[in-house]
Design a protein around this ligand. Structure first.
Ligand code: HSE
Length: 431
């Protein structure tokens, strides 16, 4: 049986899971693939740091050249994270004809085009399944199993930290800061949680997914981003009253010939399948023109779920070593960025919560300002707030972001407006 040698760059949470699978399941993988996969070397920063049991310490090296310049190593696996030096290492590996697997979403979202171009030129494979939503097999599914479809839309809960926080706020009526502190104590949120709670992590993943949906690259700055740090338990309570739950939703879709890509807190109907995805779980709903709706649910992070995606990529590459590289994998990452169309081409329904003075004429003024922008109100609720004030909550009919922003700017300027608390998208999933 032919042996395929593998070099691993990084041995943190994901890397140690990959090393464990490749060590423990070597016979199983040989039976399935017809190749003996041999983990040859592991690049680490510190050889003496303690590692999970079962990883041969003789494999560790602190010298990247020992892996990148080893002619016998055919597949390089990058699980170190960060842009530099991961990018240089992968370009060097590709340049010397090695196939590459990476779990690095930020690297692919920022430099995917450069890396896929290099892989195409050097006729090697670059596989990225683990870069999005850990254990969910979404990339290969979109690229291969759904290749017969035009992908019409993708709606995803692709950040476990924010889903944990929103789920706890919904179930227990607690405020964001309190739940965040608890998530940090349990290890579900980082000490600096900005990437997760402000939506940057989800934007990286959506950049990769939307290039598959749109069949063209997208630049990070083209993706509209709003985090969850301003969501209050009061918004969640109103959402419930109106029949919705709030999720940090990543959306890539085509509507009326225009593309949109956004990550934002979104109210979704309480009976929609994505509404029951709670805790740290991820889920992605795809609509293909032939296949219709398909939903994936599972663990989007963690050592073994992410290692599952990485090692599946390694096995797939091993079984394709005798063939020319699969051109399907690179195609969506090459060429000009997608054209998202003019800002008023996309319309959504919105929930707005405003604190106003409670006196005659206020409702009329706000109604007039909305009407001036041609914004029609679908649902309206007014509730007594602190003395002299009232909380006004309304959900609009579909309106462009631009028109909503203009109306909100004018409402903000009214003397009677105390505060605009929240503006949250509403997604009803109607065609
Ligand atoms: N921080 C991410 C999450 C996992 O909370 O889903 C890694 O992408």
């Amino acid at each position: 049986m032919q042996t395929v040698k593998i070099g691993l760059l990084g041995c943190g949470t994901v890397g140690s899971g990959v090393a464990r699978l490749l060590t423990e399941k070597v016979n199983e993988y040989a039976r399935r693939s017809g190749y003996r996969l041999e983990l040859s070397k592991i690049l680490v920063r510190d050889r003496d740091r303690s590692r999970p049991a079962g990883i041969d310490p003789d494999l560790f090296t602190t010298d990247p050249a020992e892996i990148l310049e080893d002619e016998e190593i055919q597949i390089i696996v990058e699980v170190m994270g960060g842009i530099d030096p991961a990018r240089e290492y992968l370009l060097q590996a590709i340049g010397s004809g090695k196939h590459v697997v990476t779990a690095n979403k930020a690297l692919i979202a920022r430099h995917g085009q450069e890396l896929f171009e290099a892989a195409s030129e050097n006729e090697v494979s670059l596989y990225i399944e683990a870069s999005v939503a850990g254990g969910l097999p979404i990339i290969q599914t979109l690229k291969r199993s759904l290749v017969a479809n035009q992908l019409l839309s993708l709606h995803g809960i692709i950040n476990g930290t924010t889903n944990y926080i929103l789920s706890a706020m919904t179930d227990e009526g607690r405020e964001f800061q309190e739940v965040l502190a608890e998530a940090q104590a349990k290890g579900y949120a980082e000490a600096d949680p900005t990437d997760d709670i402000e939506g940057y992590d989800a934007v990286y993943k959506l950049a990769i997914l939307s290039s598959l949906v749109f069949e063209q690259p997208i630049q990070l700055k083209q993706i509209h981003r709003v985090g969850i740090s301003r969501i209050a338990s009061q918004d969640i309570a109103y959402a419930k009253q109106f029949g919705y739950v709030i999720k940090l939703l990543a959306i890539a879709k085509q509507e009326n010939g225009h593309f949109q890509a956004r990550v934002s807190p979104t109210m979704i109907p309480v009976d929609h399948p994505l509404a029951s995805v709670n805790g740290v779980y991820n889920a992605i709903l795809i609509k293909g023109d032939a296949a219709g709706d398909i939903m994936f649910y599972g663990q989007g992070a963690g050592s073994m779920p992410t290692a599952s995606a990485v090692v599946s990529d390694i096995i797939n590459i091993a079984t394709e070593l005798e063939n020319p590289p699969n051109t399907l994998m690179a195609s969506n990452h090459l060429g000009d960025p997608v054209n998202l169309g003019p800002p008023d081409s996309v319309v959504n329904r919105y929930y707005v919560r405003v604190l106003t003075e409670d006196k005659s004429g206020v409702l009329g003024q706000i109604g007039t300002l909305l009407g001036r922008e041609d914004i029609s109100v679908h649902t309206l609720l007014q509730r007594k707030a602190d003395p002299g004030n009232a909380e006004l909550v309304f959900i609009t009919h579909p309106v462009s972001d631009q028109k909503l922003r203009q109306a909100i700017a004018q409402i903000r300027q009214l003397e009677t407006t105390q505060e605009i608390y929240s503006i949250i998208r509403v997604e009803d999933f109607v065609e």
